[in-house]
Design a protein around this ligand. Structure first.
Ligand code: ADP
Length: 451
């Protein structure tokens, strides 16, 4: 097994990886930016190396500094976590060239799937259903108009290099197309250095359902069931759960089979996620494949009993999967609430500052993933997610009652946070009944905030 893994990330995911390594008796190296020197990932790793100043481009995105650190400490593998360099093909390639194992798929795979227009093309070839739309990237506005007319408005323009909802615009009619195309493409150019766009039919009020995939170097590919991530705000996930309260066993089986086919068609290796949207008629469409571990991976771990980070490490080391599809059974139900340092009443404005008091929940069925501690100062530079609270029960009703109890025990003082908002969401009739779609929060925000 690897002797030493460098974790090229920060926050709760860095801790999650350190913990898995410790349980596997693998030495850990954290990297950190100057502003993160008091972070828990620095304190809990066996070694820690400063790789630059606060801005991501100077530290967590600085390939040269990270590789130098890895070579300097003699790490034989790098885990990129999610965000930052996790889906950067150049980084994966440089790791390979330096004989450091990149814990994820190879560079070519990241390149193919990271270009979402190209991923669409590959899925069409593999006969995985995709949302009706352009075949690949769109070159001109005239071409966009022709395709939109053919598939019918509303359409959604998406950035080929997209992620985090950036470079995405819904277009209701032709008059708006040119302007929205230009602004979305400009936004994508700024965010990703690539302004190319593609188009899909805008599916009204869909569910977002994704499948966790594991593939090894021997061509074995399995799925670990689905996660329902339909509770979203601005196309970003807020609550995730497994299994989905919405789909039937038949739909689940068909989607799982399509997800495995999608992964097989590209010979996928390591952990990945195939994301679909599901319309009101239960037709499902591929939207993208994420070639990394995801924020919401714990809900899958809770219902399958499989440690996804350890599996990623074993696969990267060249081990065979020790499960077949038949070994995978989903037991019980798990829910994850993302806890953010933000103020829901002020349009979810992010909040930096010092945590003056902190109490996380415990008890049966509760799991907390967080790098917070009392006295910690949240820097303004990074993502606002500060914790994930995950609950597990024999069924959804139990997982939900544990979540309500867990969130109401939680105390985070000194900074704004969305715990009350999450509690309000959990108490809505829609969530209780599992009847909501990706537009639910936007369409009911005033009501939710008033509860
Ligand atoms: P990103 O990579 O930026 O997160 P995705 O392609 O994963 O973008 O889509 C994010 C979310 O946007 C989806 O979960 C869904 O809510 C919405 N979405 C994406 N494509 C469509 C579509 N064709 N129709 C309706 N909603 C969509």
């Amino acid at each position: 097994m690897f002797g030493k893994i460098l974790i090229a990330n920060r926050g709760e995911i860095a801790l999650r990886i350190i913990r898995a390594c410790k349980e596997m008796n693998i030495a850990t190296v954290s990297v950190y930016s100057q502003i993160d020197k008091e972070s828990l990932h620095v304190k809990l790793a066996d070694e820690a190396i400063c790789i630059g100043t606060a801005l991501p481009k100077d530290s967590y995105l600085n390939i040269e500094n990270i590789i130098s650190a890895a070579v300097g400490v003699g790490a034989d593998a790098i885990h990129p976590g999610f965000g930052f360099l996790a889906e950067n093909a150049k980084f994966a390639r440089i790791c390979e060239e330096c004989h450091i194992a990149f814990i994820g798929p190879d560079a070519k795979m990241i390149e193919n799937m990271g270009d979402k227009a190209r991923a669409r093309e590959l899925m069409i070839k593999a006969k995985v259903p995709v949302v009706p739309g352009s075949k690949g990237a769109i070159s001109t506005i005239d071409e966009a108009k022709v395709i939109a007319k053919k598939i019918g408005y509303p359409v959604i323009l998406k950035a080929s290099a997209g992620g985090g909802g950036r470079g995405m615009r819904i277009v209701d009619k032709e008059d708006e197309l040119e302007q929205l195309f230009l602004t979305a493409s400009h936004e994508a150019q700024l965010a990703f250095g690539d302004g190319s766009m593609y188009m899909e039919k805008y599916i009204r009020n869909p569910r977002h359902i994704e499948f966790q995939i594991l593939g090894d170097s021997f061509g074995n590919i399995i799925h670990l069931g689905e996660r329902d991530c339909s509770m979203q705000r601005r196309h970003q996930k807020v609550i995730e759960e497994s299994p989905s309260p919405h789909i039937s066993d038949d739909v689940r089986a068909a989607m799982g089979e399509a997800a495995v086919r999608a992964a097989q068609s590209v010979n996928y290796k390591n952990a990945g996620t195939v994301e679909f949207i599901l319309d009101a008629d239960n037709s499902f469409y591929f939207i993208e494949m994420n070639t990394r571990i995801q924020v919401e991976h714990p809900v899958t771990e809770m219902v399958t009993g499989i440690d996804l980070i350890k599996e990623q490490i074993r696969i990267a080391y060249g081990e065979k999967l020790c499960y077949t599809q038949d070994d995978i059974n989903l037991v019980g139900a798990a829910i994850e609430c993302r806890i953010n340092a933000e103020n829901p009443s002020l349009n979810f404005r992010p909040c930096a500052g010092t945590i003056t008091a902190l109490h996380f929940p415990g008890g049966r069925g509760v799991r907390v993933e967080s790098n917070m501690y009392s006295g910690y100062t949240i820097p303004p530079t990074y993502d606002s997610m500060i914790a994930k609270i995950i609950t597990f029960g024999k069924d959804r009703a139990e997982a939900l009652s544990i979540m309500k109890r867990a969130l109401s025990e939680t105390v985070i003082e000194g900074i704004d946070n969305n715990i009350e908002f999450q509690l309000d969401l959990l108490h809505t009739k829609a969530f209780e009944e599992g009847c909501f779609n990706t537009s639910y929060i936007e369409q009911n925000l005033d009501e939710i905030l008033e509860v």
